[in-house]
Design a protein around this ligand. Structure first.
Ligand SMILES: Cc1cc2nc3c(=O)[nH]c(=O)nc-3n(C[C@H](O)[C@H](O)[C@H](O)COP(=O)(O)OP(=O)(O)OC[C@H]3O[C@@H](n4cnc5c(N)ncnc54)[C@H](O)[C@@H]3O)c2cc1C
Length: 565
């Protein structure tokens, strides 16, 4: 198997040796569905933001039906059940397009991903026939109930129990769930419970099931228009045929859904990032202080440059990953295996997507000054709404541990040869990417040599490795994309500036991450020797930092937002 076909393979494969997927290479069908989804969000959702924020669930249900009519709810569902069964690139494009308003974005994601896909992927034919057409058309709304008061990150620590009834016709569920998106108005719940208190399993539970009660709405920091409630299951009798998959295999369902969920979350911040970059540009062009538009100040332009760079990084990572999955599926790999293969990339997207989105709306608030703190301005809501992305779909801590842990496991067992020698020194033009990959691999190797099987207890070291790996992936994705676009036409200068900016910041972070990790692994002269190796891998892409930011800011100004539309 060639490296690029492996999750984490980017750490081994020299940059640019094979094609990557990127928006420049979308098909006309992919573009058309994206445009339809975006138009719907711009014309039907955003103008009703105030009503949505007041929890008008009838409106949300109506919007869901409209989205169903446009074919937006069934992209991941087979045609046999009313969906369109399209590729994951299209699926991410719809996730991007729907993300302009946080409350809608979360409602939509709970419906189409975590609510629908357990049935689409693990349901029997009868379950699929019964539930999927309604979910895909938006006539029915779904929710996913995994989290409990005592088990969040540790999802398998759930206490909810399922016991077969004496006559064998039902599963009887007892327990409670919390923070369940869409619960206030959902018709169907995917509920995780342990059979006989032991075997983690999933069930399809209809809202009108006797013994199921939905508790009151939580009062949230953001995404206030979405529904988030607890569920109480008090001897709730679920027909035996509503067991989803097999008894004791519920974790398979949960983990597979999370893999795609993380990818979609990462891509699902892009629409909002583009919207709020444009918003910041418009506000700063309009507002004057010292008789000068804010847009003309160097520190405004620095922020716009940072916002654009983060956006370009997330976009490059998102579609590169969906392209890798699509290519594997096209080559015959089963879909879930292909998604699982790229689970490290999905976690990277989840973490960097949520954090770069968080940084972008933070810059957005700051550029608005006091207005950024006032509800009348959309950036105030966006700032609150963005915060949840670092918490759900696995917290960013859990995902950082997963990134380092999964790569380590694959390196120990093969086939990901992360501990092989580095080979010849990269060319000067590749060093900014290749050295960062080497630094990530070197740090992981030092950590394994020092701690062996105990490494999993050294979470700070693992998180430092994850940070290095994430920046390496972002930089690889952006640089590869640039090189590929440059083969077909002249590359816009801002794209080069984005790589330059990201690289210099990443190398600054990298030296700290690598040193922190290594200092927890070796001491004395050995540590000094390692620090020298770290230093030798440092790259600073030459150029006047102010001029680089100016190239990026000028591109934002000219396009009044994201330069690629
Ligand atoms: C608005 C909203 C909507 C949600 N929607 C849904 C939904 O639809 N369905 C559903 O099932 N759940 C949902 N959740 C729940 C969400 O997935 C959990 O809140 C999340 O997984 C974190 O679990 P927790 O809240 O129990 O935090 P905890 O697990 O208690 O974590 C608290 C802190 O400890 C850290 N931590 C935990 N374990 C470790 C560890 N091993 N190592 C290092 N640090 C650790 C975490 O990273 C975090 O920083 C939703 C939550 C919210 C707020």
């Amino acid at each position: 198997m060639h490296h690029d076909a492996m999750g984490g393979g980017f750490l081994l494969e020299p940059i640019g040796v094979r094609a990557v997927m990127a928006p420049e290479f979308f098909s006309s069908e992919q573009r058309a569905l994206f445009q339809a989804a975006r138009r719907f969000c711009l014309e039907a959702v955003l103008p009703r933001a105030d009503r949505i924020e007041r929890q008008d669930f009838e409106l949300l249900r109506d919007l869901m039906r409209q989205a169903g009519e446009l074919g937006l709810l069934g992209v991941d569902v087979d045609e046999a059940y009313g969906g369109s069964g399209l590729d994951k690139t299209t699926s991410l494009l719809v996730a991007e397009a729907k993300s302009l308003l946080g409350s809608w974005s979360v409602t939509f994601a709970a419906q189409t991903c975590i609510g629908t896909l357990p049935i689409a992927w693990f349901g029997t034919q009868a379950q699929k026939q019964q539930y999927l057409p309604g979910l895909v058309s938006g006539q029915k709304v779904a929710a996913y109930a995994l989290t409990e008061a005592g088990s969040g990150s540790d999802a398998r620590g759930a206490k909810t129990r399922a016991v077969k009834s004496a006559d064998g016709t039902h599963w009887v569920l007892t327990g409670s769930k919390q923070y369940i998106t869409n619960a206030g108005f959902a018709d169907v719940f995917i509920v995780f419970a342990k059979v006989e208190g032991e075997h983690f399993s999933a069930f399809i539970v209809d809202r009108d099931t006797k013994g199921l009660t939905v508790g009151p709405e939580e009062h949230k920091m953001g995404i206030r228009g979405s529904s988030t409630c607890p569920l109480m299951l008090d001897d709730a009798r679920v027909p035996v045929e509503n067991l989803l998959g097999e008894v004791g295999r519920g974790h398979k369902i949960a983990f597979n859904i999370l893999n795609l969920g993380r990818l979609k979350l990462g891509a699902g911040v892009l629409g909002a990032m583009k919207l709020h970059l444009a918003g910041a540009c418009a506000y700063t062009a309009d507002r004057k202080q010292f008789e000068t538009p804010l847009l003309r100040f160097g520190l405004t332009r620095e922020k716009l440059a940072r916002m654009l760079t983060g956006l370009y990084a997330v976009e490059s990572m998102a579609y590169r990953t969906s392209g890798l999955i699509d290519a594997q599926v096209a080559a015959g790999t089963p879909l879930l295996a292909a998604i699982e293969e790229f689970s490290p990339e999905a976690s990277i997207l989840k973490v960097l997507g949520s954090e770069l989105f968080g940084a972008l709306v933070d810059d957005g608030v700051q550029l608005h000054g006091g207005a950024g703190y006032i509800e009348e301005y959309p950036i105030e809501r966006a700032y609150r709404d963005a915060r949840i992305n670092r918490i759900f779909e696995g917290t960013n801590e859990i995902n950082r541990l997963l990134i380092a842990g999964t790569l380590l496991k694959r390196a120990m067992k093969g086939p990901l040869e992360l501990f092989e020698d580095f080979g010849p020194k990269p060319s000067a033009e590749d060093a900014h990417v290749e050295n960062l990959k080497r630094l990530a691999r070197l740090t992981l190797r030092v950590a394994v040599e020092a701690h062996g099987p105990q490494l999993e207890k050294h979470q700070v070291v693992l998180a430092c490795v994850a940070d290095l790996v994430m920046d390496a992936f972002a930089l690889d994705a952006m640089t590869s994309r640039n090189r590929q676009v440059a083969k077909t036409r002249a590359l816009e200068p801002w794209r080069v500036a984005a790589v330059q900016r990201y690289s210099n910041e990443a190398h600054g972070r990298a030296i700290v991450s690598a040193r922190r990790a290594m200092s927890a692994c070796v001491q004395g002269a050995a540590l000094e020797a390692r620090f020298a190796e770290v230093q030798a891998l440092q790259v600073w892409l030459a150029g006047d930092a102010e001029a680089v930011d100016e190239v990026l800011a000028a591109a934002v100004e000219a396009a009044q937002g994201f330069p690629l539309g």
